[in-house]
Ligand binder design. Structure first.
Ligand SMILES: C[S@@+](CC[C@H](N)C(=O)[O-])C[C@H]1O[C@@H](n2cnc3c(N)ncnc32)[C@H](O)[C@@H]1O
Length: 206
């Protein structure tokens, strides 16, 4: 029998040409900084959010980084329109590249981000991104992440908007590459933090 529960139906199934427009709840980005990367010293650094959508990840990043540059291949009225995989961002031009990319292009985003970033790359992706022989050969074997940080809470994402009441059956994790510390990957967990990192203002329509 088909499982039509709301959580299962909320999984992301997009067509091949979809922009995969699923904004990230801002608390999940704060969780990256507070529990995975650490906020120390970030005010001196720059960050690129190259698939910014409506800016729901860029805004919390601006709470920590000295500068945040944002762009997206599609027009949402936030950053300029730039395809991250084609735009000539210079190698090592930004300290960090942080984003929640379209899932079908996540592998290409990681490889491009590792060229553009000087210090580190953080990619929010479904936990299952860790799987697949293709990604193993292309990313995880030649450039293993330094941290794999699994959310213990769910990170609900809804097409085209933020919905504080949404649920999801999909697990998410931060995949982090710290270029100056390339080492054996560290498995870690993003502890329960939604309550402490979520703000009412995050859900005010932008
Ligand atoms: C899952 S959404 C995330 C949006 C935003 N990063 C956030 O977390 O709220 C993926 C975004 O990738 C953008 N996108 C898709 N293909 C892209 C590309 N080739 N270059 C840049 N952005 C792209 C989509 O338009 C969409 O805004």
């Amino acid at each position: 029998m088909q499982n039509t529960s709301h959580a299962v139906m909320a999984q992301r199934h997009e067509t091949a040409d979809s922009p995969d427009d699923f904004p990230t709840p801002p608390w999940a980005t704060r969780a990256l900084i507070e529990h995975v990367v650490g906020p120390a010293g970030l005010t001196d650094l720059s960050c690129l959010e190259p698939a910014c959508g409506r800016g729901y990840m860029s805004r919390p990043l601006m709470e920590y980084f000295g500068t945040v540059q944002s762009s997206d291949a599609h027009h949402y009225g936030y950053g300029p329109v730039r395809d991250f995989l084609r735009y000539p961002f210079e190698a090592l031009s930004h300290d960090w590249v942080i984003t929640n990319p379209p899932f079908r292009l996540a592998e290409e985003f990681v490889n491009r981000a590792l060229t553009v970033a000087r210090v580190g790359v953080a990619i929010l992706a479904r936990t299952v991104f860790l799987e697949s022989a293709g990604r193993y050969e292309d990313i995880f074997l030649p450039s293993p992440p330094t941290k794999f940080a699994q959310f213990v809470e769910r990170v609900p994402m809804v097409k085209g908007r933020l919905d504080r009441k949404a649920s999801t059956a999909t697990g998410y994790a931060w995949f982090v590459w710290e270029k100056q510390a390339m080492t054996t990957p560290r498995l870690m967990w993003v502890p329960p933090c939604r309550k402490s990192l979520e703000r009412d203002a995050d859900y005010v329509a932008s």
